[in-house]
Write a protein that binds this ligand. Structure first.
Ligand SMILES: [Zn+2]
Length: 134
């Protein structure tokens, strides 16, 4: 009786001339390697093997990996007071809020602005963040 053998490859595209790495026995292993290499796809090979150990049929299916999100370690939040120019750097939004709360409490009518810094996009202002959070 014929049986099926499945294995996984990491690959960088679905083109004919693609780079492949593997094989791996599990999807998790292939996915981990793909992430390490910056590859965006997995390829699942299915071999249907006959009685004489010959490959009767080869099926392959491409699976696109979800886009890797920017890790939090690569993102910094900058607060800057528009009134007096005092600045601070934070990891989390709530820390920026606390800093702004204290600053605006201690300095009447000062207005703190929030900027997000990522390696890809640089510094970008998050407008109306205080109103949005309130
Ligand atoms: Zn200020």
């Amino acid at each position: 009786m014929a049986y099926k053998e499945t294995f996984w490859m990491a690959c960088d595209s679905t083109e004919q001339l693609r780079a492949e790495y593997g094989p791996f026995h599990t999807r998790a292993e292939a996915e981990q390697e793909a992430r390490k290499l910056g590859f965006g796809f997995l390829l699942r090979y299915e071999h249907v093997i006959g009685d004489d150990q010959d490959i009767q049929e080869v099926r392959c299916v491409f699976i696109e990996l979800p886009t890797v999100l920017v890790p939090r370690a690569n993102r910094k939040l900058h607060t800057r007071c528009a009134t007096c120019g005092e600045t601070a750097i934070h990891d989390e939004v709530w820390q920026a809020e606390v800093w702004a709360d204290i600053h605006e409490f201690e300095h009447l009518r000062h207005r703190v602005r929030l900027f997000e810094q990522t390696r890809a996009e640089g510094l970008k202002e998050i407008a109306d963040w205080r109103d949005a959070c309130a």
